[in-house]
Design a protein around this ligand. Structure first.
Ligand code: SAH
Length: 261
């Protein structure tokens, strides 16, 4: 028994827990405690294997995988499963990649729990944008140049154009953190340029942020479609756009001056 002697996690409760971007060291201590106290864990495809390894043996785990483009359980059945488990007296952890409050369909799950009278709470996590910036060694904001940070999803129904406010997004004073944007790279690049962003606006692509197979590349807005096609594998990737992303990395430690003779 843990979770502050289970006071914060009685039977019949649901915790929506942020699993972070993949590296188990980026899990909060609270998330780890909740995972260790759960009697059942429902998790996404995006939860890293190192995080799943923290689930004690014998605790039931249910993969309710969601990856864009792949078939997955629909949201309503996930809502139903977590509510039913809680009503059956389980301590339910719903483990979600990154932060549960960012493009994580948490509202549906919160509402389903509340409608059924099931106590529910959120444990925040490190979102992919933060991990991607850390991997790049760059900041998401930049004093004087990027004073605004926009979290946006570029997920669209198959065959439909993205329904985004391009005029508002094409702000040279903002950093865009674009989730689920890899497949839409061509459209993103074209629409943002049409709406006024310079073709040489810096763009970074970060795949598998925080995991051992993390890959990143820094390019420019007009070359984004090419980079997304040629430079990435099949892992989840974040697209970052804006001046902050292109800011020169910290200067390397100076090389020792040549010895004088
Ligand atoms: N709640 C999550 C986001 C879910 S949407 C969060 O806060 O991070 C899923 C999208 O998140 C993916 O398509 C990808 O764009 C991004 N993502 C999640 N994990 C990632 C990772 N480790 N590296 C890069 N992008 C990631």
């Amino acid at each position: 028994m843990n979770a502050k002697e289970t006071g914060e996690f009685p039977r019949g409760m649901v915790w929506l827990v942020g699993a972070g971007p993949g590296d188990p060291d980026l899990l909060t201590r609270k998330a780890e405690r909740l995972v260790r106290t759960a009697t059942v864990v429902f998790h996404d495809a995006l939860v890293g294997p190192g995080v799943l390894a923290l689930i004690p043996a014998g605790v039931r785990r249910v993969h309710v995988g969601k990856r864009s483009g792949r078939h997955s359980r629909d949201q309503a059945s996930i809502d139903r499963m977590i509510v039913e488990a809680a009503l059956a007296g389980e301590r339910v952890v719903r483990l979600k990649g990154g932060d549960p409050s960012i493009f994580g369909r948490s509202t549906e799950e919160l509402e389903a729990c509340r409608a059924a009278g099931v106590p529910v709470a959120i444990c925040p996590g490190v979102t992919a944008a933060s991990a991607a910036a850390a991997g790049l060694g760059r900041s998401l904001t930049l004093r004087g140049l990027a004073r605004k940070l926009v979290f946006v999803t570029a997920h669209a129904r198959a065959g439909e154009p993205l329904d985004l406010d391009w005029g508002a997004l094409a702000d040279p004073g903002a950093t865009l953190a674009i989730y689920m944007g890899k497949a839409a790279a061509g459209e993103l690049s074209a629409r943002l340029r049409e709406a006024g962003l310079a073709p040489d606006t810096p763009v970074a692509l970060v795949e598998n942020a925080s995991l051992p197979d993390e890959r990143h590349l820094v390019t420019r807005l007009d070359l984004l479609p090419l980079a997304a096609k040629a430079g990435l594998g099949s892992g989840p990737a974040l697209v970052l756009v804006g001046a902050a992303v292109g800011a020169a990395a910290a200067p390397r430690a100076r090389q020792a001056a040549p010895a004088r003779v």
